[in-house]
Structures are given as structure tokens and as C-alpha cells.
Write a protein that binds this ligand. Structure first.
Ligand SMILES: Cc1cn([C@H]2C[C@H](O)[C@@H](COP(=O)(O)OP(=O)(O)OP(=O)(O)O)O2)c(=O)[nH]c1=O
Length: 193
């Protein structure tokens, strides 16, 4: 069985991958997250997942193993919701999401050097109305800073979520059903009944 490497600095992705019982080693990659002109959010999120997986493979000694890369972003009114640049940007995204539904796109990619395979999962999250005061207090908790869309469904941000459809693990950062299916394609079994 090939060894699995997780090309991610995200603690959420580490915890999610550990949850499905696959042994893996983390590696650091530095992939610039810059959307190309005319690139759709769907194409962008998948490209980033693939770029992270390929960058991880390039960093491995001797190309031995399978590397997983992932990316998560939000979409509202055609705008991509990434990690907030600063408090103003974070507040702007949360005000736009207030009382409405947004999409979360999560992509996972695997490569072994011979091939690179990617899956995209779309989820929908509806927020209740948020006041400016709570948006500002939420920023002060430190939770929004490194999260796409500036919130964490698995954290304090859960109190904003009226409903969601799709994949909970995908919103947190790694679509586990899709990940398990891809791993099987690369002969890496996950936890099995
Ligand atoms: C929407 C949402 C995102 N997030 C997180 C998951 C990701 O870590 C982050 C999206 O940023 P990403 O750019 O996808 O990932 P990252 O930079 O954190 O990690 P890496 O590229 O090294 O793999 O937002 C949550 O933790 N909870 C949520 O509810």
C-alpha cells in the first residue's frame, strides 16, 4: 500500500483525515492562492487542490507515495469568499452572508506522479441575520482569521448556521466521502466495516 502524505498546514484537515483511520504524514507546501482572470470558483478551487497535491509530491524525496491536497472557499453572488485579509474584509463577508444562503466549494486532489485526480463537493449554508455588534465580537474571538468566508461551522460560528445541505466535513475543509473514494482509487483503504 502506498504511503499517504497530506500537503496541508490546516489543523482541520489533519483532524478530518485522521478521523477516517488512514495513516499519513504531513508535509508543508506553499502554493500562492491567486485566482486567474476568468477562472470560475469551481475551476479555481479544484486547481488549488491539485496545485497543493503536485507541490507536495515535488517536495517528497524520490516521488514515493500519494499526496493529498485540498482547498475550500465560499461563493456568494458570484464573489469568492476566501480567508479574510483583515477585520474589515471579514466583516464585509459576514454582512453579505447575513440572513442568506451561500455555497461552500471544497475540492480534494490526489496525485502519485503518474496521475492527478480531483473531486469537487458543493454544500449550501444558510445564516441567520447577524448584527454589526456580533460580527465585530466574533472577529475578536480570533476564530474567523484563518477560515474561508471568515467563519467556522465547527466552532463558535455554528450559532450563525440555520441550516446546511451537502457535506459537513467538506465545509470544515475536507470532504470525507469523496476523499475515501479517491483513496480507494489509489489503493489506500480507509476504515472499513
Ligand atoms: C467554511 C469553513 C472553513 N474552514 C477552514 C478550512 C480551511 O483550513 C480554511 C480554508 O482555507 P484553505 O485555503 O482551503 O486552506 P488552508 O490555507 O487553511 O490550509 P492548506 O492550504 O495548508 O491546506 O478554512 C473551517 O475551518 N470551517 C469552516 O466552516
Amino acid at each position: 500500500m502506498p504511503h499517504l502524505y497530506l500537503a496541508s498546514g490546516s489543523p482541520r484537515r489533519r483532524e478530518l483525515l485522521a478521523q477516517i483511520g488512514v495513516p499519513f504524514t504531513r508535509i508543508k507546501v506553499d502554493v500562492p492562492e491567486v485566482r486567474a482572470a476568468g477562472e470560475t470558483p469551481e475551476a479555481y478551487v479544484q486547481r488549488l487542490a491539485e496545485d497543493k497535491a503536485r507541490a507536495g509530491l515535488a517536495a517528497l524525496p524520490g516521488d514515493a507515495g500519494v499526496v493529498l491536497g485540498a482547498d475550500t472557499l465560499g461563493v456568494l453572488d458570484g464573489q469568492v469568499l476566501e480567508k479574510p485579509r483583515d477585520q474589515g474584509h471579514g466583516a464585509q463577508m459576514l454582512r453579505a452572508m447575513s440572513g442568506r444562503e451561500h455555497r461552500i466549494l471544497s475540492a480534494v486532489a490526489l496525485t502519485d506522479g503518474q496521475r492527478c485526480s480531483c473531486r469537487l463537493v458543493e454544500s449550501r449554508v444558510r445564516f441567520r441575520e447577524l448584527s454589526d455588534g456580533e460580527i465585530s465580537r466574533y472577529w475578536e474571538t480570533g476564530e474567523p482569521q484563518d477560515k474561508a468566508g471568515g467563519y467556522a461551522i465547527q466552532g463558535l460560528g455554528a450559532v450563525f448556521v440555520v441550516s446546511m445541505s451537502g457535506s459537513y466535513s467538506a465545509v470544515v475543509g475536507l470532504p470525507l466521502e469523496a476523499t475515501a473514494a479517491l483513496l480507494a482509487e489509489y489503493n489506500i483503504p480507509v476504515w472499513q466495516i
